[in-house]
Ligand binder design. Structure first.
Ligand SMILES: [Zn+2]
Length: 294
């Protein structure tokens, strides 16, 4: 029995390590309190339970098929081994899929808000996140906003961003990411490879960001390590919510409570978001594609 002990200890050790949330970098700083930071930054340790860090595709993985020029004039037309018909226009089809195959607003009496998705791709056309990941983000938001404020979302436009937007490091990067794309009436969501914490070392999973040169311009940035409910949390900020201490609220970043996948918004938060929705609809910063009031 004594011989097994080190092995068991090792296995237990591995299990323990792999089940911890493991953001890159040093121990997570304490969650910023509501309003403590100008724009709301998410602590990677507190959002997205059980979400693994995604590998970010490296920039240049494309390997050109080496063209072995056959010196001999080969007369056999069907003998080219490496001419696989793998020539689908991947960037286009992936982008189209994000537009067409992601969850749509349900018919009915909900306010349907459009999301313009901007997602980083590399030179080979590989996007930092795929259809399933984006769909999961959207489905979470649809579910929680439907039940709390009669609002829902669908992607109405998608574009791929250049690879130089893969790593968002500074406040200026965040400003420059959204500024050229911003428009009123819908919600701009950016999906990037990594998003640095601008207040502390390390990375964060998402942020609701206001352009510092004009704070009326604002957008959501999601890192590729975002948990499934990160978009919903950031949309909570978009609809005016600060972080909260309500038990099992998606806006509560304190340790403990239910996993984020099982949380929603507190009734008081819902109330506040309803007011914000009304205000945004009135001032035109958001336009409903279909609406309960029209
Ligand atoms: Zn937050």
């Amino acid at each position: 029995m004594a011989r097994l002990t080190p092995v068991v200890a090792l296995l237990l050790g591995l299990m323990f390590v792999s089940s911890c949330s493991s953001p890159a970098g040093p121990p997570a700083a304490a969650s910023p309190l509501a309003g403590a930071q100008s724009p709301s930054a998410e602590n990677p340790a507190s959002l997205g339970h059980g979400i693994q860090k995604a590998p970010i595709p490296s920039a240049a993985v494309a390997v050109a098929a080496s063209e072995q020029a056959n010196k001999e004039p080969n007369k056999e037309p069907n003998k080219e081994p490496n001419k696989a018909p793998n020539k689908e226009p991947k960037p286009v089809s992936e982008i189209e899929a994000l537009l067409i195959q992601t969850p749509r607003c349900a018919e009915g009496s909900l306010d349907c808000f459009g999301i313009h998705l901007h997602i980083v791709g590399d030179e080979a056309g590989e996007l930092v996140r795929d259809l399933a990941w984006v769909s999961e983000q959207l489905a979470g938001a649809q579910d929680r906003f439907t039940t709390s404020i009669d609002a829902t979302f669908e992607i109405v436009a998608v574009d791929a961003l250049e690879g130089d937007k893969r790593e968002i490091v500074s406040r200026l990067d965040r400003d420059r990411l959204g500024r050229p794309h911003f428009s009123r009436g819908l919600i701009h969501v950016f999906v990037v490879g990594s998003l640095a914490n601008v207040d502390d070392p390390g990375e964060i999973r998402g942020v609701h960001w206001r352009d510092r040169s004009n704070t009326a311009r604002r957008w959501v940035i999601l890192s590729s390590i975002a948990g499934a409910m990160t978009l919903t949390h950031e949309l909570g900020h978009f609809f005016s919510l600060p972080h909260s201490r309500y038990e099992n609220s998606l806006m509560n970043k304190r340790p403990g409570g239910l996993p984020f996948s099982e949380r929603g918004f507190h009734p008081r938060e819902a109330q506040r978001m309803r007011r914000a929705k009304k205000t945004m609809l009135k001032d035109g910063s958001l336009k409903a594609r279909t609406s309960s009031s029209d």
